[in-house]
Design a protein around this ligand. Structure first.
Ligand SMILES: C[S@@+](CC[C@H](N)C(=O)[O-])C[C@H]1O[C@@H](n2cnc3c(N)ncnc32)[C@H](O)[C@@H]1O
Length: 213
C-alpha cells in the first residue's frame, strides 16, 4: 500500500479517512494522511472544533493540570492549549505517523502511541483532565471507560462531541451507564455549532464538560 491511495483533493481525503470501515483501517489511513493533515484541516476558519474546545478548557481547567490530549493527532488541540498557557500536556493517539507530526511541534511533555479503547499502561487516577476533539466517530466509545480509569476523582473530560455521532457511535449509551453507576456526571453542555462549516457542513458539535466522581 502506498500514499497513492490518498484521494487527490482535500474534501475527498477528509471523507475517505474519517469514514474508514474499522479502527485498524482508520489508523492506517491516518498514518497515510498524517503529513498532509494540517494543510487539509488545520485551517481554523474551517475546522472550528479545536479552538472552541480549548475555550472551554480554559474556563474549567487549571493551567498546571496534567492533561491528556486523547486522539491528539498532529497536535492542533495541544498547540492551542499550549498557546493558552497549559504546561503539562500528554499526547495519545493510535496513529504513529500523526504522533510524529505532533512530537515535532515540541508541545507535549510526553507522546504515547496506544489504542485508547483498550486498557493502557497509564496509572489509574494519574491525570487531572482529558481533552478530546474530532474523535467521536473516530475513536471507539469504549475509550470513555479508559478516560474514567486514568482520571483522578474530580478530574474533567472536555469532549468536543459530534452531536449525531455521540449517539450513533455508542458514546451516549456508555456515558449513561457510567452516570448511572455514579462514576461520571455532566457539568455542562455547550450550544451546537458546525465543526467544519466548509468541508463537512452537516457535522454539528457540542462541547461537553464531564466530571469523574
Ligand atoms: C480527526 S483526528 C483528530 C485529531 C486532533 N484531535 C484534531 O482535532 O485535529 C482523530 C484522531 O483519533 C485517533 N484515534 C482513532 N482511534 C483511536 C484509538 N483507538 N485510540 C487513540 N486514538 C485514536 C486517530 O488516529 C486520529 O489522529
Amino acid at each position: 500500500m502506498t500514499t497513492n491511495e490518498l484521494p487527490d483533493n482535500q474534501q475527498d481525503r477528509v471523507s475517505w479517512v474519517i469514514r474508514a470501515p474499522d479502527n485498524e483501517e482508520l489508523r492506517r489511513r491516518y498514518d497515510l494522511w498524517a503529513a498532509q493533515y494540517d494543510a487539509d484541516v488545520g485551517n481554523i476558519e474551517d475546522y472550528l472544533a479545536p479552538r472552541e474546545t480549548v475555550k472551554v478548557a480554559v474556563e474549567h481547567l487549571d493551567k498546571s493540570a496534567r492533561v491528556m490530549d486523547a486522539g491528539a493527532g498532529t497536535g492542533l488541540v495541544g498547540q492551542a492549549m499550549k498557546d493558552e498557557g497549559f504546561r503539562h500536556l500528554v499526547a495519545v493517539d493510535y496513529s504513529a505517523q500523526m504522533l510524529e507530526i505532533a512530537r515535532g511541534k515540541g508541545i507535549y511533555d510526553e507522546v504515547h502511541q496506544c489504542d485508547l479503547s483498550k486498557r493502557t499502561n497509564f496509572d489509574g487516577d494519574s491525570f487531572d483532565a482529558v481533552v478530546t476533539c474530532g474523535t467521536t466517530s473516530q475513536m471507539p466509545c469504549a475509550s470513555l471507560n479508559e478516560f474514567v480509569r486514568i482520571l483522578r476523582p474530580g478530574g474533567k473530560i472536555i469532549f468536543a462531541a459530534a452531536t449525531e455521532a455521540w449517539v450513533e457511535f455508542g458514546y451516549a449509551d456508555i456515558f449513561a451507564r457510567l452516570e448511572e453507576a455514579g462514576q461520571l456526571s455532566l457539568v455542562s453542555r455547550g450550544e451546537a455549532f458546525q465543526m467544519m462549516p466548509t468541508t463537512e457542513p452537516q457535522f454539528y458539535c457540542e462541547i461537553l464538560v464531564i466530571e469523574k466522581q
